[in-house]
Design a protein around this ligand. Structure first.
Ligand code: KG4
Ligand code: ZN
Length: 352
């Protein structure tokens, strides 16, 4: 426990996020969101088919002061009322992260308030705390983003176990790569979802439940199968329905997530399920998870779509978890391009 600062029950925390192409700032009071601001450079990035790190860094530099100022103003507070500043320090694009980290350090120093270093992925998990103010561990979480796919068992606010994770590509990454083959723009996930609504599940996909992989996942086989299907059709000069490919891929990629998440909750005898990460904004996944949890009598805490994709409210929410643990950062904090899922919290490694 850090003794430099006394802590409050419901502190006002400013969260700052700049790990990829969104510059975001949010003010929360306890688990209540007072403001949530976001500026994205996705439109510029889509011209290049993906995120160009240097363009992202420049866009963050241009936006950060304005975004933070707006977040504080719209929260209806003065700067002096902020109790702590939480910032994403990793994982992500180094240059992009550095913009947020440098800004947060200067801000915390000027206000003489504690600085909290947040692991971006832990932020995605903490989004559920904002959705349900009464949410308490234990719960099982499905984490599905552009960089991670995992099922976690949170036992206390400071202790969780990784039950399974992807052994190769993350599910969001598979969406983005398949989107590219289908000629859809970045970011691929929402565009596949849109196209899939017009299609049918008629394209054969590889089996995702083979073997006894436990709670692990593998997406590289599925991604390759879709790419091969499209390329073979094109080489033979045959036409195919892109919407059917999108629909077949989407359900194959997402059904396995639902099935394993619910199985983990049942096996662990945990009655609450949460989810987080950009892919959880997908309507097909949200409906399937809601139906499966309802069928099994599990309580599901599903963050609103805007709190599944990158945002700063989730960073402030994880900031609150760390604040309560007295886990404050020093001013030598630096950005990290990659950090393990378990960083900053005590974890129990899965022995299975
Ligand atoms: O969590 P996130 O915003 O950033 C990371 O931390 O990775 O996740 C981004 C990922 C991208 O791969 C994007 O294509 C995917 O989430 N995504 C979706 C949807 N919205 C975002 N995937 C499927 N359906 C969506 N509606
Ligand atoms: Zn993210």
């Amino acid at each position: 426990m850090d003794k430099r600062f006394t802590t409050k029950e419901n502190p006002i925390i400013l969260g700052i996020e700049s790990s990829c192409d969104e510059t975001a700032a949010s003010v929360v009071c306890g688990r209540k969101i007072l403001s949530d601001e976001i500026v994205s450079s996705a439109d510029i990035q889509s011209l290049y088919g993906g995120v160009v790190p240097e363009i992202a860094s420049r866009a963050h530099t241009d936006a950060i002061a304005k975004v933070v100022e707006r977040a504080v103003k719209n929260a209806g507070i003065d700067y002096s009322q902020i109790d702590a500043i939480a910032v994403t320090y990793g994982a992500g694009l180094l240059g992009a992260l550095l913009v947020g980290v440098s800004f947060a350090k200067a801000f915390a120093y000027a206000l003489n308030k504690p600085l909290i270093a947040v692991n971006h992925i832990r932020g995605h998990l903490a989004a559920a705390y904002l959705q349900d103010e009464t949410l308490k561990p234990p719960f099982i979480t499905l984490l599905a983003s552009g960089g991670h796919t995992a099922i976690l068992h949170t036992k206390t606010e400071s202790e969780f176990e990784i039950l399974g994770a992807t052994t190769d590509d993350a599910v969001g990454e598979a969406f983005d790569k398949v989107a590219r083959v289908l000629g859809l723009k970045y970011p691929g996930g929402p565009n596949i979802e849109r196209l899939a609504k017009e299609g049918k599940n008629t394209v054969p996909m590889p089996q995702m439940f083979k073997g006894n992989g436990g709670y692990n996942f593998s997406y590289s086989g599925l991604k390759t199968a879709v790419i091969n299907y499209c390329h073979t059709k094109e080489q033979k000069g045959e036409t195919y329905e892109k919407a059917d490919v999108a629909s077949s891929f989407q359900s194959t990629a997402l059904d396995v997530l639902v099935k394993k998440t619910v199985a983990a909750a049942k096996e662990r005898k945990v009655s609450t399920v949460t989810a987080g990460g950009g892919v959880v904004a997908n309507g097909y996944l949200r409906t399937a998870l809601t139906n499966a949890c309802e069928k099994e009598g599990l309580k599901l805490v599903l963050p609103e779509k805007r709190y599944c994709t990158d945002n700063a409210a989730m960073i402030a929410s994880e900031g609150l978890v760390q604040y309560k643990l007295g886990n404050f950062a020093d001013f030598d904090l630096t950005a990290k391009a990659s950090i393990p899922l378990s960083a900053t919290l005590k974890t129990v490694q899965n022995k299975a």
